[in-house]
Design a protein around this ligand. Structure first.
Ligand code: G3P
Ligand code: CA
Length: 250
């Protein structure tokens, strides 16, 4: 932590394993999530879609082509078809959300579930699956989609949500703050921007108005420690093992 100025007030942010721990383990797999938690992550992040027979499955892209040995849109497949797929490069299976819930239920692990799909039926199905698994207290739903976050607020108002945003910094803290408050106060609990569009000045202004900051995807050690020193609330990273290098939390 040599990059931190002397006497910096250190507060450990919550470290989230982005798609598990890609780089060492295939993205969005149960094995990747286990690896991230074993490496020191406090939480894991995964993206979800709904199959034609109403199961929630974990995948980043809307097609299976990049990350598996198959082709086609994941939302055109049944669960049985998804379960035939093998992930690249290690040949692991594509997990269901229920498998994640079973893995982490009752453990000190939070699960950031990104509603990547804009399909409306996902939110009521998520409600059913959360009730079945009994893990409401461990999940945060995040999305770039205001429609999905509004549906979350109507259907599952007790679940924390995060407003994902990839906007560039406007260069004007007042403009940034207005955008943040418009987004977070309408339909979400937290602000989850791309780290590239987030400045220390904007964070300070937003924190003063009660916003919490959960930037993604921070993949260099310099940026990791830089946002740590800014007092970020969370850090989403492909390199969850960096969490182990944090000094004592306060
Ligand atoms: O945690 C937010 C982040 O996952 C959003 O980007 O493309 O990796 O889903 P993406
Ligand atoms: Ca994601």
């Amino acid at each position: 932590l040599k990059q931190l100025p002397a006497n910096t007030l250190l507060r450990k942010p919550l470290v989230t394993g982005h798609r598990g721990m890609p780089g060492t383990t295939d993205e969005n797999t149960l094995e990747g999530a286990r690896a991230a938690v074993a490496a020191g992550a406090d939480a894991v992040e995964n993206d979800i879609y709904m199959t034609t027979d109403r199961h929630l499955v974990i995948m980043h892209d809307d097609t299976v082509t990049r990350t598996t040995n198959g082709t086609g849109r994941i939302e055109d497949m049944t669960l049985a078809q998804v379960k035939q797929l093998k992930t690249k490069p290690s040949g692991l299976s594509v997990p269901t959300l229920q498998e994640f819930f079973a893995e982490f239920k009752g453990r000190n692990v939070s699960h950031f579930i990104e509603l990547k799909s804009t399909t409306a039926g996902i939110v009521p199905l998520l409600k059913e699956e959360l009730e079945k698994a009994g893990v409401r207290d461990q999940v945060v739903a995040i999305s770039f989609s205001g429609d999905q976050l509004n549906r979350m607020a109507e259907t599952l108002p007790e679940i924390s949500t995060g407003f994902l945003n990839s906007s560039a910094d406007a260069g004007d803290v007042a403009v940034n703050l207005r955008n943040i408050l418009n987004g977070t106060q309408l339909y979400s609990s937290t602000y989850n921007p791309s780290f590239a569009g987030l400045t220390q000045a904007t964070m300070e202004a937003g924190k003063h108005r009660g916003t919490t900051f959960w930037p993604w995807t921070i993949n260099t050690e310099n940026d990791f420690y830089r946002f740590y020193s800014y007092g970020t609330h969370g850090i989403t990273t492909d390199h969850a093992y960096w969490a182990k290098d944090f000094p004592v939390a306060i």
